[in-house]
Design a protein. Sequence first.
Length: 519
Amino acid sequence: MKIKSVHLTNFKRFDDLTINLGNDPKKIIALVGPNGCGKSSVFDAFEEKLKDYKGASANEEGSYFAKLWHSIFPDKKITSYNKSDSIIITKNDGTLTFDKKSFYIRSAYRFTSKLKVDSIKAQPDIIDDHNRPYSSNALDSRMQGNYERLLSQLLHEFEQGNKTGTEFKKEFLENINKILKNILDVKISSLGNVGDGKGQLFFEKENSKDFPYENLSSGEKEVVDIIIDLVIKTPNFNDTVYCIDEPELHLNTAIQRTLIIEIEKLIPDDCQLWVATHSIGFLRALQQELKDKSQILDFSEKDYFNGACEIKPITTTRKNWQRIFQTALEDLTGLLSPKKIIYCEGRQDPSPTSGEQGLDADIYNEIFAEEYNDTLFVSSGGGGTVEKNASLALKVLGKAFTDVQLYLLKDRDTVSDSARQSFLDSDQSHRMLIRREIENYLFDKEILAKFCSQKSTRFDTTRYDSKITDINQQDLKPIQQEIKASCGASCSVADFKRDLAKLISNDTQIYKDLSGAIF
């Protein structure tokens, strides 16, 4: 069974929302968007429909699901909540009828910290799913019930089945561990023994043997919970829409990606999987490994709460992927990516003599790391190649990253004042140093004196003055060794420059001069 469309009217925060998956709904439907955009409310609608066949909890009244117009717009007519009118779900065959196994829903509040079973007892019908959560904000603690069901199946096979208890345990553990191996570095070593007071699962990880379920990390418990649940339930829930709210909880990106791939394998192809997520790992899998089986509903695209709205699966263009990945990262994108990229001069490949690969960029990044932490300097070659390379990068990246400011920073070299000004006026992204190059800032007396003070060496100003006649425009590279020697430094020239860069703090005049030219 697959869902083709969902129409929600006066349901929770939605006025009139239609989800339209088209005539060929896919196996995986991903609801993507930030917290509070309505993803979980769609699952609540599925649970409400399921209550027609499995009964309802006394804890959730109709007022929980109705959009309370009177509390938001006192002058508007109050519309009473009618489930049949508020929730219309159409299957891919065009029918509107469902049954007990039409939906299987996992809430985001999956939590079972410990397992402790003291006895083996009869289990209720698996399709009744008696311990399911009744809304998206309810606790989902099925792990305990699944373990108890495993023990019952073990006893059943021993008493009436064709397999011995040992065969059943071996088959089950091999099946589960084969899946877990693709996701985690843990495996189940034992189903426990209720008679010995060890009524819980035991695991093996690296050199640790037979440690209890409670010693797993939160992420490991999350994976074990979901995988065991699906292994147990999918043979019976075989004409079902599976819904998992935020299956990525407690998991790092790499595990998220492999988890959704394994979940898809477990769910029968004639079923459908709906996931509410803002997981980078899940999105990567949907973009690549599962792209032909997936449709993505982008709830971040606009406000779907107010008025009549229709949401359809996005077309998988670069622009759309960029938007939903930005939603997945939320503010983290801004923290990780720079607001400014400045292409400066400097070797892109290691120098055979000095090893100064990207040294200029390293120096600038060191100097401005604190005050301009949203700026990244990148070496783009030397001499005449810097402008060519950087100009190309500015054109390409300017189209790809619309929120990033891109600049070209050139050394002044022997350029006259008028020529420098013409270069700056030619493009607002152009920058040029006032002094000849970065060395003319690094080798200023102010910075060298700080270096000698910190290193407790003598600054030989006489030797320095004999070599440097114009700190602003003189080519200092031929006399770098002499300048280094005047400070009593024994390191390489490249390391000497890096040490000096650390001393250009925002209370120095050199910092003010350099930042003024660039920013």
